[in-house]
Write a protein that binds this ligand. Structure first.
Ligand code: HEC
Ligand code: HEC
Length: 230
């Protein structure tokens, strides 16, 4: 049933933005190749079991989350975003001395790769999935960068216990943020830091109760983290 809704939605889009004939292929692409691992419509029930069992992150708000150029390029050449994988139970091992857990990167599966044409089509389709009401446009005020921001991230607000801001950092359980500026829309970053549970009631990023001033600084800082300086 979910598939029908998806195809219906995709057809609607296809008639707006795509040449006749391509729409069926486009609908096939997400419905056949992606929904096995990703939710592209809002899940009817969110539960800890769903979060734990899901094979990939939710994409039903992809259009409010990602920058399209990043999607097009990543889908052709996927790199690891969550060093600990989506299902941590498979990747986290007790350390030799049992005092620390470590991540075994060999257990993180490689992502399917798309051709340039399929990546462009998939990105078009994903950008339509907005996840109504999750992200407020204009919430990030784009104030001048704060010299405190990187310290907020690494020391004062503890983000680095779960996220890396450097490509050379050790893999973490949360998504890497060293390509955050390429990957993520600032209004999404603002909304997510403000209230991760709004995106998924069970997600393990805590609501940190930060002031909006701190969230603005952190969002601005994450926006500066880019893989290649252009
Ligand atoms: C076998 C399962 C599987 C299939 C099939 C799959 N994905 Fe994924 N996808 C994943 C996993 C796992 C991740 C998380 C990768 C990471 O964090 O390193 C992911 C991540 C992504 C992301 C980044 C999401 C985020 O929140 O960071 C996008 C975009 C994406 N996939 C799109 C697609 C598209 C489009 C298709 C179909 C062409 C697809 N995926 C097929 C498992 C899958
Ligand atoms: C206890 C671990 C933990 C801490 C501490 C934490 N996060 Fe997260 N964060 C996560 C996890 C896990 C996710 C991904 C959840 C998912 O994929 O459903 C996440 C997701 C995010 C995202 C969305 C990124 C994406 O690609 O989906 C942003 C932005 C973010 N965190 C920023 C921060 C900032 C800024 C801080 C510090 C103020 C912080 N986080 C602290 C665990 C954490």
């Amino acid at each position: 049933m979910r598939l029908k809704i998806l195809i219906g939605a995709l057809m609607g889009l296809a008639t707006i933005s795509m040449a006749v004939g391509i729409e069926a292929q486009a609908a096939d692409l997400l419905s056949q190749q992606c929904v096995a691992c990703h939710a592209v419509t809002k899940p009817e029930k969110v539960s800890l079991e769903r979060l734990w069992d899901r094979k990939g992150p939710d994409l039903y708000y992809a259009g409010s989350k990602f920058n399209k150029p990043w999607l097009v390029s990543w889908l052709q050449n996927p790199t690891t975003i969550r060093g600990g994988g989506v299902m941590y139970a498979k990747t986290v091992k007790a350390g030799a001395d049992r005092s620390v857990d470590t991540i075994d990167p060999a257990q993180v599966p490689a992502h399917p790769k798309l051709s340039a044409a399929d990546a462009a089509t998939a990105a078009d389709l994903l950008m339509v999935l907005k996840g109504d009401g999750l992200v407020t446009a204009g919430a990030f005020k784009n104030e001048p960068p704060s010299s405190m921001a990187s310290m907020l991230f690494s020391k004062l607000r503890g983000c680095t216990s779960c996220h890396t801001a450097k490509a050379s950092g050790a893999p973490t359980s949360g998504p890497e943020l060293y390509t955050g500026g390429d990957r993520l829309q600032p209004d999404f970053v603002h909304a997510y830091i403000n209230n991760p549970q709004k995106f998924d009631a069970h997600t393990w990023m805590p609501t940190l109760g930060l002031t909006d001033a701190d969230i603005q600084k952190l969002t601005g800082y994450i926006g500066t983290l880019k893989s290649e300086k252009k």
